[in-house]
Design a protein around this ligand. Sequence first.
Ligand SMILES: NC(=O)c1ccc[n+]([C@@H]2O[C@H](COP(=O)([O-])OP(=O)(O)OC[C@H]3O[C@@H](n4cnc5c(N)ncnc54)[C@H](OP(=O)(O)O)[C@@H]3O)[C@@H](O)[C@H]2O)c1
Length: 333
Amino acid sequence: MNTQSKIKWGIIGAGIIANKLAEALQLDPDSELVAVASRTPGKADAFAAKYSIRAADSYEALVQDPGIDVVYIATTHNFHHENAMLALRHGKNLLVEKAFTVNARQAREMVDLARQNNCFMMEAIWTRFLPSIGQVKELVASGRIGQLRHLSLTFGGFVPEHFRTRLITPELAGGVTLDMGIYPISFICHVLEELPSEIKSMARFGDTGVDELATYQFRFPSGRTAVVSTSHNLLMKTEAMLYGTLGYIDFPRFQQGQEFSLAIHNGSNQVQEVESFVVENHPNGFIYQVAEVVRCLRAGKLESNIIPLDESVAIMEVMDRMRAEWGFKYPFE
Ligand SMILES: NC(=O)c1ccc[n+]([C@@H]2O[C@H](COP(=O)([O-])OP(=O)(O)OC[C@H]3O[C@@H](n4cnc5c(N)ncnc54)[C@H](OP(=O)(O)O)[C@@H]3O)[C@@H](O)[C@H]2O)c1
């Protein structure tokens, strides 16, 4: 790859979220979207016409195209592993939509092949790259809330109609945990920089048999704890609360919010000082993960420090453990 010229992107799966990445690529001066592939007749042509790019005849044709440096996998969860393995066998670098895979076994296989073939790979957990999330993490590190002891996150709402089929269909690996629960889990692990050692969880299942509401409790090796509630068919106040020994941070809409506040109580029951913060994120928050992929490829890196591959695997293990607690398997597992 000539690292001085623009990074050439291809997309597998011409669905809803592929459009958001395509728009982000148009905004990135170092990237160029060149081709898309779809298994649905006509969909690649329509997508290609919209972005003035090539429509590949098939996923196979796209991954064989020597003019593509990195492939974005934008299919439903159940296909990520199959699509990624195909692309990796052809030596393609990858950005893989969240959830990375359906389970940790699939994630490990992908990571092994990426390492064997010297391919860059990253989970598209775009929120980790947002400036606002970076600032919250810095605020924690500054020590103003003292020692961070506990996090409490809620993330729920009535899922928009266009996402509904994917979310409720077991064959597409739907369910709130893989689709939405991944955000609070990833946020907590990112802020704490450790993975849960103890996990307790419960889920409520909808008519189609996938989890529609779930609640998780984590304890970390440091002794810190976290609780999460998430649902795709119940409106919840989407928020992250980060409690420290001297104060707390209230971060509404934590998965993409721009405003948060700091309350200092200095170890008393009275809040003594409140400070508000506004950190602007670009309206298309995908631009930051695109920039990270470009940075990594140009630096010859095979993974990102912000979401290392071992952490993507470990987070899949967390979700496997919770699904095992509920006795929940997907039909193809
Ligand atoms: N980062 C975010 O904010 C965000 C938001 C929403 C979704 N996502 C993630 O993005 C991925 C795709 O989500 P999406 O909402 O864009 O999905 P989607 O539009 O419903 O589907 C994406 C693609 O998956 C394939 N597909 C979908 N349903 C299928 C079926 N029944 N049978 C065979 N193939 C099927 C199709 O590929 P072809 O075009 O090849 O036919 C389709 O174009 C998921 O991993 C999801 O979690 C991320």
